[in-house]
Design a protein around this ligand. Sequence first.
Ligand code: UD1
Length: 426
Amino acid sequence: MDKIRIRGGARLKGTIPISGAKNATLPLMAAAFLTDAPLTLTNVPKLRDVAFMADILRGLGVSAEWTDGCALGAGGRYVLHAAHLSGTAADYDIVRKMRASFFILGPLLARAGEARISLPGGCAIGARPVDLHLKALAALGAEVDLSEGNVVARASRGLTGAKIKFPLVSVGATECALMAATLAKGQSVIHNAAREPEIADLGRCLIAMGAKIDGLGTSTVTVEGVSSLSAATHAVLPDRIETGTYAMAVAIAGGEVELIGTDVKLIEALAKLLGKSGVAVTPTPAGFVVARNGVCPRAVSMETQPFPGFPTDLQAQFMAFMATAEGSSHIKETIFENRFMHVPELLRMGADIKIDGNVAVVKGVARLKGAPVMATDLRASSSLVLAGLAAEGETVVNRVYHLDRGFERMEEKLSGVGAEIERVQG
Ligand code: UD1
């Protein structure tokens, strides 16, 4: 398995192109089930999770073709066409590899009148139930049963619009309800909908396909069902998690870098904290500049929250940053119950972190020390790369598999701004 080797201490200077968002691309790909016409997505990142989702779609008869090359940061053009479905079932062997594959349930049910998908089970960052996805589909009139570890959902006479009130904010369940409701008969109102930008992006694509949706970006989304959707072309929005990760790479390593093809509005909660810690963030026509020149960053506390709050997917990276800041910070994880797995690895690099329930108390140290480390999930892996940029000596991040799931050519983007980082083929 490949590794990433980093020699810490280099300041970063130059530009980093930001790719399209993984977490928008995956549900957008699932939306291809909603029509028998082609769906063309542009600015698609070339990631392992995207390739994996394409395999799932192909297994059910959907064609998925790249129609152009993919220069670094340029984004690919992906044409998905579900002209005829060859099946309606996705097995455990497929779903266990990527939890987001469960997102095909709603659109597949809406299109085919039935769907059978293995329950995803737990994952490294917690139990992650799917009860809210199932309740939303049941509210829309589906019969939902569990059989031998599979969810079997049926709506032979189609779905019917309904009021769906989520007891807690869920990105995936909101996307599931939104996609399914587009083809339901009548009006659906989704209350307590998640407001993540990826949901509005999905909504914009569905509207381009002919869906009638109001309230995107708010917590009440209204959908007037239509009888069919048609062909569309949609550009995937920039990846705010990649954006935030590189902003923190500059914060931790020092230097001045322009992140291009993105927007600071996508990471406002982080930008405010960067400002408080002494890192300058300045919008530009192409994106924004992050600069930390000379000053030692100050510790600031934060807690993760649904959008527009601080994203859980940036918590691990923020902790690596705080591990080298001056003073103490409290980092509270409120979304997932087991998302501090980067902590033992950061401790091995000399960080001073104590866990108390869902709060990590981080005391900044003058210098982290390079070490061989291993990550068990995607965002944790990126936090170790960031720590490596600031550490004295060499850090080797093992199991780069996780990183490749969600960051497009991270080592190329970072070496392009002067980091001493390389991939070692394993
Ligand atoms: C999505 C993102 C993931 C991000 C997360 C939170 C994708 C592909 N993944 O995951 O990167 O970390 O949002 O921003 O977009 N929950 C339930 N029942 C459900 C569904 C969720 O109890 O049916 C709980 C979860 O356990 C969690 C919370 O709701 O505690 C939020 O999870 P959710 O927003 O659904 O995350 P995902 O959509 O899985």
